[in-house]
Design a protein around this ligand. Sequence first.
Ligand code: BGC
Length: 665
Amino acid sequence: MKIKELLTQLTLEEKIGMIHGCGIFQTAGVPRLGIPPLKFSDGPMGVRNEFMNDRWVPNSKNDNITYLPSGGALAAAWNPELAYKQGQVLGAEARGRGKDVILGPGINIKRSPLCGRNFEYMSEDSLLISEVVAPLIRGIQESDVAACVKHYAVNNQETKRMSIDVEVDEQALREIYLPGFEAAVKDGKTHTVMCAYNKFRGHYAGHSAELLDKILRDEWGFEGAVVSDWGAIHDTEEAAKVGMDIEMSYTPDFDDYYFAKPLLTAVREGKVSEADIDKKVLNVLKLMENLKMFSDNRKRGIYNIPEHRAVAYDVAAEGIILLKNEEKLLPLKPKKLKKLLIIGDNASRHHAEIGGSAELKVLYEIHPLLGISGRLGGNCEVTYARGYAAETYELFDCNTHDISPEINNVKIYPPKPDEDLRREAVKLASEHEHVIFVGGLNHLQDRECFDRDDMILPYRQDTLIEELLTVNPNMIIVMNGGSAVDMSRWANKTKAIVWSYYAGCEGGHALADVLLGSVNPSGCLPETFALKLEDYSSHSIGEFPGDEEKVRYLEGNKVGYRHFDSADITPLFPFGHGLSYTQFELSELTINGTEIKCKIENIGAVFGKVTVQLYAEKCLRAFKKILLHAGEKQEIIFTLKELEAGEVSIGFSSRDIRLKGIKND
Ligand code: BGC
């Protein structure tokens, strides 16, 4: 039966059942007409575990999945092809787990480093996000599963996320906050979009005619379905009259959702027209048709296979960023390494299972200590010292506790005093020639519902690092986290710094391979790492996280490096920065209309990958990731859709420009 005919067969009650949750992760189907329920799962670093239908109680024993690198790691790879592969894995696993919609990717702009969900998000730059999100979505949707790009729009903080009203000017909206979503719709052809919790210009994002009708559907031509964030709808009529299609929430009172009985009543009383309901149902039916949910030929997906882990490894390896490497301290030479000391809680911590809706039940997660020890083998004696204490946690037994969605299924224990740990680590560091510190943040800081208070490293890591550097100035520092941390106290005193975003189940192997030199690092920062918090524009103007009701994005489009450049503030590590174990040289720039050419040569001694970045008027306009053997030279051609007259620069970061030219009128 055609979907339009199907629509005519449906009763009002059946239609209403299809547009609101009748479980925390599904809508009702209509069995008499062969319409299945629509099944959702988080997202975005893998497929979340199964829950009971009406409670946040995990209830399955065969739902462990592949843990993929986070949005930050993916963006740090600057590699659209890899994004596509990661999408293929996510889609196949979601379908393999019987899902219709995977709730990701999350692409909100990193407006402040403090946003608790930055670890899920990708970048401060809209072009980089756009180039990564579109192939990622295409990859996901190949498996007859819908991506659900989130959170539309301007959801750039967790503080008061359910109510904060975002005031943003039109230029900033169009240049910074919307392009990623536009690319997800137009280039990625995402089947679904998730509205944000916050308000936008006085209206909840899920009630906003401007966001959902004018921009998303009329301007961008979106033909899919809009899903509410869980609990983002606050009024039946307001939401019913705009292009919001499916109301989901986190409480078990499914019949009382705004799009449940209250909507039925509103239609019966003539306050909402049935035609409005029909539009939503048609969007759901179209979605089901696109996902082949009415056909026998739907792909069946697959999860937890070695090929998926290989992709997780590839993304992790390209997403690791070498921030600093004086005296060629890295890579370490495995053959010469007889003793190695590894310090830090993040060396032995598993990250996947907490953090909010992005948490995962993984089959395994290789942490750095295991990754490095395993790769080094039996000829090297690896010693581990925790160095500082961090919170520990326990996942509840699923059936014995009443679990609230805010805390999920986790009980957190505060850290114990750590003087002994510190003393032990400093002593050992003074006795070892080779020391690697693995610290940074974990999901007690990078988590949903909360923003960080500041950029300072938790657990007094700064003090510890300084002491360690005093006894061992050659210590290599690895920082893990979802967004910038303050490294100002010791960044100048250390010779080597490596940055890793949450890197998935193979993260420890990828890190080991970068440190030991079998992988030449090629990640570049997708965000600016400042010396201090006040250097970020949202903080310098005192507009993060706003007041009781509003946050005003008064910095306009001066977000991230655009602000650092225009205000002439030197960052610790600039947007786009990332070192390699080889060197590259750029030459021969020519600009011909919108076609820009140059040459790139690997002038070092080893194979490497490099991201060549093109900026016009100091904004990133294009990039290409190039693979070159030692001595190899290649021409790069950038073909832009449009290019205004003015300066064009090409380089290896927003602050490392090697070639400049002028585009004439
Ligand atoms: C989050 C979404 C998530 C949803 C379902 C919400 O709290 O903001 O990103 O997809 O819950 O778990």
